[in-house]
Design a protein around this ligand. Structure first.
Ligand code: ADP
Ligand code: MG
Length: 471
């Protein structure tokens, strides 16, 4: 059962957000602080993530793309368990404005706002922006989408309904969409993440309020639990969940669950729960293929066009780049588009390909490793038809010097290696030689169109090389 020990493990040392803000101000400077970070407010702290609020979607995207890593780093100093930060948009929009931006109605629905005082309903947040209508369909998610539609039509026919997929694939989006539809039909919908269910459960035990907890969940017509894998190892909670689950099935309530893996693969979850899950309808969402990725990019751009008054566009090149390179999840694709648009709005220009690479650096899988000095040297040698030994030799013939300088220049702009590091990889050349090479190529680029052309060709080969070979 639930031991004292478990309870102690769950206790969290509260985070002092003011302290973090001060730290951020010191680290990132007053200007960045005043323009962006000051607008962040602390909402809530969970075992491994923080919920913060910002006033607009734009500010959120800007902060996420530029400062999130640093914020997490600083937060981690005070609380090492925090691995992510979630932003909620809490804006005070006038009615007119939100009507204009119908597609981006970010204001929580009234119902949820009025419920905010009720501790249980606080967690029952259905996101108005995640609906069936704006769920983009592709081969990888069609099955899950159709099963979700069937679930809302044939209540408790597919019970429980279990969706699984990796992160950022659209599970929560579909769960939300179903929740919204059920709500339209005046069903009592309870939508909660397993993490919050756990938090609520512990709180109820501590405050001797288990009766209310049980009643609350057992009263639902529809119970939707997101990310059920977080129940792993939480024996007492699983016990409670199992009973709730049975009580709900008995009264024909619909249960919908999501997880990051198939039921039988769930670790440290009771066998009887897993077998209940397997007994219902189980569908998965697979990784998006190129076609779906492209559609998501286009859909996101359309959304942004409705959101901003000024023109939003993204060159075909960059759209293609994102659709080709960002393959891990739909969330990352959307994040990538947001970042590029934020960049273009702030700098009033579209980033070129290498700037795009920098902006999306952390989303591009192992780019750092893929674009190695060795790869650059190999491709530059091939391009200029010289051998690697010649490139790395100390010979100063003109036909070797330019390719060598070109390779050094490309290493400087395409990797994060320092000058001495680059020097070492080019037969222990001094870092002043490296600076000289970089400057020479930069100067030549300004006066020699052929140089510009060569550099661009090489850049593309280096950036795209491996992927092209794979396909
Ligand atoms: P998961 O719960 O699987 O981690 P989410 O449902 O939170 O993923 O999706 C991540 C983001 O991607 C959300 O903003 C969601 O709205 C969006 N998204 C996911 N799949 C789709 C889709 N098929 N069409 C449109 N947006 C999607
Ligand atoms: Mg989710």
């Amino acid at each position: 059962m639930f031991s004292k020990n478990n309870l102690n493990n769950l206790k969290t040392n509260s985070l002092d957000w003011n302290l973090i803000q001060t730290e951020l101000k010191n680290k990132l400077g007053n200007e960045v602080y005043e323009s962006w970070l000051k607008k962040i407010h602390f909402l809530e702290e969970f075992s491994n993530y923080l919920l913060l609020s910002v006033p607009t979607r734009f500010i959120r995207d800007w902060i996420t793309s530029r400062y999130l890593d640093q914020i997490i780093k600083i937060v981690k100093i005070y609380k090492k368990d925090i691995i992510r930060i979630e932003f909620k948009i809490v804006e005070q929009k006038s009615k007119n404005e939100s009507l204009n931006n119908r597609n981006f109605n970010l204001v929580e629905d009234k119902e949820n706002i009025s419920f905010i005082k009720d501790t249980y309903l606080q967690y029952n947040r259905i996101d108005q922006n995640k609906r069936f209508e704006n769920f983009v369909l592709g081969k990888s998610n069609k099955l899950a989408y159709e099963a979700s539609l069937k679930t809302i039509e044939n209540l408790s026919h597919y019970n429980p309904f279990y969706i699984y997929a990796g992160v950022g694939m659209g599970k929560t989006h579909l769960l939300n969409s179903m929740g919204l539809e059920f709500k339209k039909n005046n069903k009592k919908v309870m939508f909660i993440s397993a993490e919050r269910f756990m938090y609520q459960f512990v709180k109820s035990i501590k405050s001797n309020n288990m009766v209310k907890f049980k009643e609350y969940f057992r009263n639902a017509d529809i119970l939707i639990i997101d990310d059920i894998q977080f129940m792993n190892g939480k024996e007492a909670m699983q016990e409670e969940f199992f009973h709730t689950f049975n009580a709900l099935l008995d009264k024909d309530s619909q249960i919908i669950v999501s997880a990051d893996r198939a039921p039988n693969k769930l670790s440290r979850i009771q066998e009887r729960i897993k077998s209940r899950f397997s007994g219902g309808l189980v569908v998965d969402i697979q990784k998006p293929d190129y076609e779906l990725r492209k559609k998501i990019v286009q859909k996101k751009l359309e959304d942004l066009k409705n959101f901003y008054t000024e023109e939003i566009k993204l060159s075909d090149d960059i759209q293609d780049f994102i659709s080709t390179e960002i393959t891990a999840s739909i969330r990352e694709i959307i994040g990538a588009v947001n970042r590029i648009i934020s960049f273009s709005r702030v700098y009033k220009k579209m980033p070129n390909l290498s700037e795009t690479k920098v902006i999306l650096k952390d989303l591009l899988n192992l780019t750092e490793n893929k674009v190695t000095i060795d790869l650059i040297q190999t491709l530059v040698c091939k391009f200029f038809k010289i051998s690697k030994n010649e490139m790395l030799s100390s010979r100063r013939s003109r036909y070797l010097v330019r390719p060598r300088q070109t390779a050094i220049y490309l290493t400087k702009i395409l990797t994060s290696k320092s000058l001495p590091e680059i020097g070492r990889e080019f037969s222990n050349r001094d870092h002043t030689t490296i600076i000289h090479s970089v400057k020479t190529i930069e100067r030549l680029k300004e006066i020699d169109p052929e140089m510009v052309d060569n550099i661009n060709k090489l850049k593309n080969r280096i950036l795209y090389n491996e992927k092209q070979n794979e396909i």
